[in-house]
Each structure stands twice: as structure tokens, then as C-alpha cells.
Design a protein around this ligand. Structure first.
Ligand code: FE
Ligand code: FE
Length: 199
């Protein structure tokens, strides 16, 4: 069970680790995740905890992140090496468990999959993924007002919009796309198609 005192303690530690902008973003994701949890009937403190921790490994250069990941006894697979942006999410899960003492598997998955998404995401995972994209400090994505409204009305439709946008962005940049992202996109396309045919 997540408790407020536990979250406060983690926040204090993260403030020392993360750069100020990243820390502000972390607070934004945590309270946006809490608000989405209120709206969609998810455990509010779990959402706040997962939001607080989602970028807990995102500090230092990519090379430093890779070194810390290896030090923790993990060997990054090919997919992680091809998509280095995913590294902080994988490393974040390990830190959340080993350093911050999180035992809840749903919270750990929400940290691990906040960058790529995946097929079969839980409600908590969707909430953290979406909160990362729409928190108040985000300004760059087009269409944010509409995506923000959608987040509070339909998590699955919102997931699909963000994933489609992410895939477009990576294609334009000619970056590698992590397979979990493509699988997630296909998964939410199916769900939305199913919802439409039931109408
Ligand atoms: Fe992140
Ligand atoms: Fe983030």
C-alpha cells in the first residue's frame, strides 16, 4: 500500500538526484496521475507513487545511465541499445524496487512501460503513460488541449492518439521504434475498433 509519508520521503530523495526541470516535471506527472486516478477510479496514492518514480533513473548522460544499469547487474538487450531513451524506464523499475522499496508489481510496471507502452497495459500503466505526456509543464505536442480532455474521458482512445503521435515522431526522426510501442499501438487500435463496432 502506498502511503503519503512514503511518497514524501521519495520526493525528498529525488529532489537531490534530478535536475530542477526534471524534478518539476516529476511533480507534474505525479499530480496529473493522481487526478486521472480520481477520474477513472484507480488507487490515487498508487498513481501518485508511480508518477513520482517514473523518471527516477533519468539523470546523467545516456552513457552514465547505461553504466548504472550495468552496475545493477542488468545487461541491456539489443532493443534497449537501439532505443536509448527506453533505458531510464527499465533502470527506473530496478531503482524503484531496490532503492525506493516499491513492491507493488503494477506500480513497477507503470514505471517500466511509461516510455514505450505495451500491449495489455493496466489502467495504472495507462494513467502514468498519459500523465507523462499531458502534465502541465508539457507544451510542445500539437493538439494538447484535445488530448488532455480525452485523457479524462477515454484512456484507451487517449493512449492510441499518443502512441500514433509518438510513432509518427520517431519515423520522422528516423529513430528506431521499440517493438513494445508498435505492439501497444496495435493493441489500442483493436480496442478502439471493438468499441466502435459495439456502438
Ligand atoms: Fe521518462
Ligand atoms: Fe517523464
Amino acid at each position: 500500500m502506498a502511503e503519503i509519508a512514503e511518497i514524501q520521503e521519495i520526493r525528498r530523495k529525488l529532489k537531490k538526484k534530478l535536475d530542477p526541470g526534471r524534478y518539476e516535471h516529476t511533480l507534474g506527472v505525479a499530480f496529473t496521475a493522481a487526478a486521472l486516478a480520481m477520474c477513472h477510479g484507480e488507487d490515487i496514492l498508487k498513481a501518485e507513487l508511480a508518477g513520482t518514480l517514473h523518471d527516477c533513473a533519468k539523470y546523467g548522460t545516456e552513457a552514465e545511465q547505461l553504466m548504472r544499469y550495468r552496475k545493477s547487474g542488468q545487461e541491456p538487450g539489443r532493443e534497449i541499445l537501439l532505443s536509448p531513451a527506453v533505458l531510464h524506464a527499465k533502470a527506473g523499475r530496478i531503482l524503484a524496487e531496490k532503492k525506493y522499496g516499491v513492491t507493488d508489481g503494477d506500480v513497477l510496471n507503470a514505471v517500466e512501460f511509461h516510455t514505450t507502452g505495451r500491449a495489455g497495459m493496466s489502467r495504472l500503466e495507462k494513467i502514468v503513460f498519459i500523465a507523462d505526456y499531458i502534465e502541465p509543464g508539457r507544451t510542445k505536442a500539437e493538439d494538447l488541449p484535445r488530448i488532455r480532455r480525452l485523457a479524462f474521458t477515454d484512456l484507451d482512445a487517449c493512449m492510441l492518439e499518443i502512441l500514433a503521435d509518438t510513432v509518427d515522431y520517431l519515423l520522422k526522426k528516423r529513430s528506431h521504434i521499440h517493438p513494445d510501442t508498435l505492439l501497444a499501438k496495435g493493441y489500442f487500435e483493436e480496442i478502439i475498433r471493438g468499441k466502435k463496432s459495439n456502438d
